[in-house]
Ligand binder design. Sequence first.
Ligand code: GLP
Length: 268
Amino acid sequence: MQVIICDNAQQVAENAAHWVSELINNKSNPVLGLATGSTPISLYQQLVAKHQAGKLSFANTTTFNLDEYQNIAADNAQSYRYFMNENLFDHVDINKNNTFLPTCTQAQNPREQGLAYEAKIKAAGGVDLQILGIGANGHIGFNEPTSSLASRTRIKTLTQQTLTDNSRLFKPDEEQPTLAMTMGIATILDARYVLLMATGKGKAKAVKDMVTGGVSAMCPASALQMHENAIVLLDKEAASELSDHNYYLWADKENNKVNQEFGLFHNF
Ligand code: GLP
């Protein structure tokens, strides 16, 4: 795991945007894994700005989102499709036919939908770089604690903590879904690179469990310890429960020397 401690949330977003642009600018048909939540919004703003400045084109990019609520219409403002359109897709030159989310209506069989999503990712050549946030309970995507570390795209029931954490995003008259389709932990681990962003004090404990705790289904993000190329971008608050800050800062400097010589994705 490469832990990068940034001065603030803005730097986390800039750093993440650098990784995404390096991928897109250096690979002919990049496949990007995307996340929702409040954390990656600033990343998407950076990407939109780069696009508008003529420095980044999404024309050849394919995207796969981590998760989507079950049985939610694309034009529902709470759907993750709507979120992606609003925050990224509507502002860049991506072909929306190449943007995918793991949808599942009431009438559809979640198992079949999950298998079809996995097959679609495979057919696209696999995810090159998966963007992740982290839940306060250590979830990634909607892989809640107790999720199998070998899980694949499937339907999940959200925990009370996640429902409470996300309730701030719903108006009083809006129904909050309790079921969601999510890439599994094994699906996420298949990505060639994973980049997890975490900001704010509320994520400090989950970050500590992920980086220095044992690998456990109780902290799904800890599965990233098993990933060959996991980058963890933190602001100071999210890193506040980690010891060894000096090592991470020093290692980042040393990694930068290697990255400058061989490129960010030298492990491809
Ligand atoms: C949500 C999403 C996750 C996200 C997490 C944290 O429920 N399913 O993909 O990483 O919770 O969200 P936030 O960035 O808003 O804290």
